[in-house]
Write a protein that binds this ligand. Structure first.
Ligand SMILES: Cc1cc2nc3c(=O)[nH]c(=O)nc-3n(C[C@H](O)[C@H](O)[C@H](O)COP(=O)(O)O)c2cc1C
Ligand code: SF4
Length: 450
């Protein structure tokens, strides 16, 4: 999980270290970082970390040492860095720029990314992207991390190449499944070469794209493409990708679903209308599309009985362990470990996932943001934390504009308690006095002493 905690140039800051350390101190076995940009221009969202230059190695090494040491395990907490490139889904920028709209092919996406339309990358740009990934990977090793993960999910650049709706190239990087896979394949080969044979290396993959018709491909064609193209990759395709990744020497797969961040399958839960509206309003200056999108959401807010919100939020609902069965389907065709991601908060569901052989590990995000002491609560016998995450997803949709923390006001007795909790994520100097949604002055010492 990431928030706006790095410096504007992408260097990790004390706030970033503090945020990550809180999870490590909470007793998790390992952390996977937020998506760290490999490209200098596409630093997205702003104030997420970057690894596009050697100058980032030193600060990241110091940060990772500190985060790992905060862990409770024999070796502290393991730290894996996830690297990625947002491509045509770039969320934000200080100013509009052409480099934020590169993708496999031209498309219009009403929902994700600020650029009006995406444009196809040239072969030179593809070559530069492969170099970006391998250079960033080399820096991850130099920063003494325990592993590296490439995101081929979340609707980001690699995912845009894998997907038949956003990739309609006719060269070596588009068309058949093998050709759509080629960018990922080239990146995996380059990264493995950069990190060496023994370095832990995983790929985050979306099991099913579930794409609806929010995209227009340019130029438009008649007849329109078949249904299979509109819905994107399904398990039939992604199990083949998984097998190919195993054959290329990838050590583990990290499975979610959907196309774009946030999306109702990758982050199952309620539709965070207010947070999406705030984000769209904040970035409306970047393009005509961004302006129109914000206007549409402002109008939807005025529609009586919340019908506008309901319409825009169709498909958003919480499903526990939402991607576990997809992880299981992928685990059946590979022999490398598979991580299931999304909707894990109850101990019995987590235990069930791990003992059912459907996955080898699970990843948790929002429930740990809501309760950094989640594992301690389990140890004390709770099946569900006393003040659980509501999976409202307000944090996901706020992360590009606000400091990261829990934004569900219903979980807090007062607005001040919610604010203090958010500040506690951002700074070791902020009040650490929120417990179970209430301000409790006695909690401060206890948390700081960890
Ligand atoms: C605020 C926030 C930021 C996130 N940032 C990232 C990110 O940078 N990279 C990534 O792969 N996933 C990111 N995610 C997605 C989570 O890794 C996870 O897939 C999602 O929240 C579903 O898991 P959960 O139900 O345990 O929250 C983020 C999630 C949240 C809530
Ligand atoms: S805002 Fe809070 S309650 Fe809502 S999903 Fe995020 S952590 Fe959970």
């Amino acid at each position: 999980m990431g928030g706006r905690t790095a410096y504007y140039d992408g260097t990790v800051s004390p706030a970033w270290v503090h945020f990550e350390k809180r999870f490590a101190a909470g007793g998790v076995a390992g952390l996977i970082s937020p998506t760290i940009s490999v490209n200098e221009a596409r630093q997205s969202p702003l104030e997420y970390p970057s690894l596009h230059d050697n100058r980032f190695i030193g600060p990241l090494r110091d940060a990772v040492r500190e985060i790992k040491a905060a862990g409770r395990g024999k070796h502290g907490c393991r730290y894996i860095v996830q690297i990625g490139d947002t491509g045509g889904h770039t969320h934000t920028s200080l100013k509009p720029q052409d480099k934020d709209r590169v993708s496999a092919s031209p498309f219009f996406d009403a929902q994700y990314g600020y650029p009006n339309t995406a444009r196809a990358m040239s072969l030179d740009e593809i070559g530069e992207t492969i170099d970006d990934f391998s250079n960033a990977a080399r820096r991850v090793v130099a920063a003494e991390c325990d592993g590296i993960e490439i995101t081929a999910s979340k609707g980001y650049l690699i995912h845009q190449f894998l997907n038949p709706l956003t990739n309609r190239r006719t060269d070596d990087y588009g068309g058949s499944l093998d050709k759509r896979f080629k960018l990922l394949e080239d990146i995996v080969k380059a990264v493995r070469k950069a990190v060496g044979a023994d370095f832990l290396f995983g790929v985050r993959l979306s099991a099913k794209d579930f794409k609806s018709s929010r995209f227009a491909r340019f130029p438009l064609t008649w007849p329109p493409p078949p249904k299979q193209v509109w819905i994107g990759n399904d398990l039939a395709e992604t199990t083949l990708y998984a097998k190919k990744l195993e054959a290329l020497g990838v050590d583990y797969l990290h499975i979610d679903s959907g196309f774009g961040f946030p999306n109702p399958h990758g982050s199952p839960g309620g539709f965070p209308f207010e947070a999406v509206l705030n984000t769209f309003n904040a970035y409306r200056f970047l393009s005509r599309k961004a302006r129109l999108r914000a206007t549409l959401f402002n109008i939807a807010k005025l529609v009586p009985m919340g019908l506008g919100k309901k319409f825009l939020g169709r498909g958003w609902r919480f499903t526990p362990a939402a991607n576990l069965d997809f992880a299981a389907a992928i685990r059946e065709v590979v022999s490398i470990p598979v991580i299931a991601n999304g909707g894990f908060q109850d101990r019995d569901i987590i235990d069930g996932a791990l003992t059912s052989n459907k996955c080898d590990m699970i990843a948790i995000a929002r429930p740990l943001l809501a309760n950094p002491d989640l594992l301690d609560q389990f140890d004390k016998g709770a099946n569900r934390p006393s003040n659980p995450c509501s999976f409202c997803s307000l944090c996901c949709a706020s992360t590009a504009i606000f400091p990261l923390g829990c934004y569900d006001q219903n979980r807090f007795e007062t607005p001040e308690a919610m604010t203090n909790q958010i500040l506690a994520w951002c700074s070791p100097n902020a009040p650490f006095n929120v417990k179970d949604g209430k301000i409790d002055k006695s909690v401060q010492r206890q948390e700081l002493s960890q």
